[in-house]
Design a protein around this ligand. Structure first.
Ligand code: CAA
Length: 363
């Protein structure tokens, strides 16, 4: 397989989690639901929630500051700022302008927002990578951020899947990870999850969103396999990361992938346990963070990886668009400095009770 390898990719990484969280068992008690439905039925555990003064902007800027501090370059070395989000602050002004304000970034830089539901962060990363590969960057680096605050209407069945987080990358050399230029996309127009202009919360056709997500998975991995047995192709990857709306949805898609490839249930379950589950560790603490959900998982498995270890990253955004990327750990992966971001944020955040959650949501 031609992987389109280059020495381009992620030069630095930073994450930011919000300062509060709700345990889904407390939400279950509040809504009069059996907690096992949320923990076992959906695989959800904690919902990360913004505190006073926190927003999609402060999360994005927080992740970016950490990525930039680790990079060592100066803001003058940046030629592109792209923020992928579905928590837009304005119909016209890009989230990147709000973030640039926080970071004090201005000057000879292209700055914009990308939107395609949860796929928006991946699109931002791809554009930065392709901008670097095209020569248009004139040697400059890109700052790419995926940031979201995922909230459903109070009492919506999707409420236990809520969450928030931001992941930022400096896209330049491949010191954290090389990202292959070749990738495998699949898109089909669908109304599986959408948020009409002027509405605060998404509308979801749950069964359709699962169907679309499963189809996207099957089609993207079929392209990766390129006619070879998929299990043999996946054997080369240390981890297979997925966009995580909630962990059960990922498990269903992996089981479907197994069915489509004629694997026994045991083989599929073993793949899920060994290569997919470990990537969802940090997602258990964030809940669904839309654009940041996949990249939280990628950050998790890259941290501590041996140089040369290979990873697959499946991105999905309702509407729907999807893309499967492949990455190779670089020399800075082993140290995994960004683990400190998650450790610090988890150690300092506050568990809120149901009453505080009710006051926050207003219902
Ligand atoms: N103990 C254990 N398990 C239980 C249980 C109990 N007491 N009660 C129920 N369950 C299980 C059910 O059996 C079911 O499991 P299976 O699916 O394996 O059968 C599971 O819990 C959920 O139960 P329901 O289907 O009855 O739940 P629901 O009708 O309340 O729906 C939901 C909940 C599945 C989260 C639904 O709201 C939904 O599909 N939400 C949206 C999904 C989604 O996020 N889609 C977007 C995908 S992509 C994305 O992230 C968006 C993007 O691009 C922006």
């Amino acid at each position: 397989m031609n992987t389109g390898s280059t020495n381009l990719g992620i030069a630095s990484l930073g994450l930011k989690l919000p300062s509060r969280y709700l345990d889904v068992r407390d939400l279950a008690a509040l809504r009069g639901v059996d907690p096992d439905k949320f923990t076992k039925g959906l695989g959800c555990h904690e919902i990360a929630l913004c505190g006073e003064g926190e927003s999609v902007v402060t999360l994005a800027a927080g992740a970016a500051k950490r990525a930039l501090a680790r990079w060592g370059g100066s803001p003058r070395d940046l030629g592109l700022l792209v923020v992928g989000t579905e928590t837009a602050q304005d119909m016209s002004r890009p989230l990147s302008a709000f973030v640039a304000d926080e970071l004090g970034l201005r000057g000879a830089i292209r700055s914009y927002e990308t939107k395609h539901a949860c796929y928006g962060g991946t699109v931002a990363l791809r554009q930065a990578l392709e901008w670097k590969a095209s020569g248009a960057s004139r040697g400059k680096a890109a700052l790419v951020i995926a940031s979201d605050v995922a909230l459903y209407a109070p009492k919506d069945p999707g409420e236990p899947t809520q969450g928030a987080a931001a992941v930022a990358f400096v896209v330049d050399d491949a010191s954290v990870a090389a990202v292959d230029l070749e990738s495998f996309a699949w898109a089909e127009p669908a109304f599986d999850f959408w948020r009409p202009v002027g509405e605060s919360f998404p509308r979801v056709d749950g069964p359709l969103s699962l169907e679309c997500y499963e189809k996207a998975t099957t089609e993207c991995f079929r392209q990766l396999a390129d006619g070879k047995p998929l299990d043999e192709v996946l054997a080369a990857f240390s981890a297979v990361c997925f966009h995580v709306p909630f962990p059960k949805m990922v498990k269903k898609a992996v089981m479907k992938l197994g069915e489509a490839n004629g694997w026994s249930e045991g083989v599929t379950s073993a793949l899920f346990e060994s290569k997919v589950m470990p990537a969802m560790d940090w997602n258990r603490h964030t809940g669904n963070s839309y654009t940041a959900a996949l990249w939280t998982g990628v950050a998790k498995v890259l941290a501590g990886a041996e140089q040369g270890a290979r990873f697959a990253a499946f991105s999905y955004g309702s509407g729907f668009g999807s893309e499967l990327l492949t990455l190779t750990a670089g020399p800075k992966a082993k140290e995994g400095a960004w683990k400190a971001d998650v450790a610090q944020d988890l150690a300092s955040r506050t568990r809120i009770d149901a009453e505080t959650y009710l006051a926050y949501r207003g219902a």
